[in-house]
Design a protein around this ligand. Structure first.
Ligand SMILES: Cc1cc2nc3c(=O)[nH]c(=O)nc-3n(C[C@H](O)[C@H](O)[C@H](O)COP(=O)(O)OP(=O)(O)OC[C@H]3O[C@@H](n4cnc5c(N)ncnc54)[C@H](O)[C@@H]3O)c2cc1C
Length: 134
């Protein structure tokens, strides 16, 4: 029988549910969406002293953040050459640098928050399937 589900949903514990809880009457910042982006933003803001309310329509991490391949790659959608051509040398370089730092940020959050997720720094390869790719 074919099952259509996610490895993470099958193997990770269900996130704590706050459904039905009354909302705090005041907040400095309201973050909408409890995926990687929203939870990271909310965490950083709260660490900076802000009273943060995080609103999530389903459950924490239920959408793309728990359906992905789990690979923290340092890359942009486009190649460096294409990025520089489209956005110029300066911005292209900045974008690439930010992408390179992304995996470091993931690792830092995992360490700081002691998230038990079997994070491994294993490197990656960019393969050329034909000479044009090379
Ligand atoms: C199949 C797949 C494989 C992937 N593989 C990888 C990978 O290997 N490596 C990688 O780096 N990236 C991968 N990605 C991309 C990565 O998962 C996403 O970039 C990342 O999870 C996006 O996080 P997010 O918080 O922005 O969005 P989401 O995780 O989608 O979170 C958005 C949240 O907002 C909530 N929401 C939306 N509207 C509202 C509203 N009006 N009110 C309240 N809540 C709302 C949603 O319910 C959801 O929980 C993959 C994505 C997919 C789909």
């Amino acid at each position: 029988m074919t099952r259509h589900t996610c490895l993470w949903w099958e193997t990770a514990p269900e996130p704590k549910s706050y459904a039905g809880k009354p909302l705090p009457p005041k907040a400095d910042v309201v973050v909408v969406g409890g995926g990687f982006t929203g939870t990271s933003a909310a965490l950083q803001l709260a660490k900076g002293g802000a009273r943060v309310t995080l609103l999530e329509a389903k459950s924490i991490g239920r959408e793309a953040s728990s359906r992905n391949g789990g690979q923290a790659l340092s890359c942009l959608h486009n190649t460096l050459t294409e990025t520089v051509r489209r956005y110029g040398r300066e911005l292209g370089r900045e974008m690439f640098r930010a992408a390179m730092e992304a995996a470091d940020t993931v690792e830092r959050i995992i360490e700081t928050e002691q998230i038990d997720c079997d994070f491994v720094r294993s490197g990656s390869i960019e393969a050329a399937a034909k000479s044009a790719h090379f």
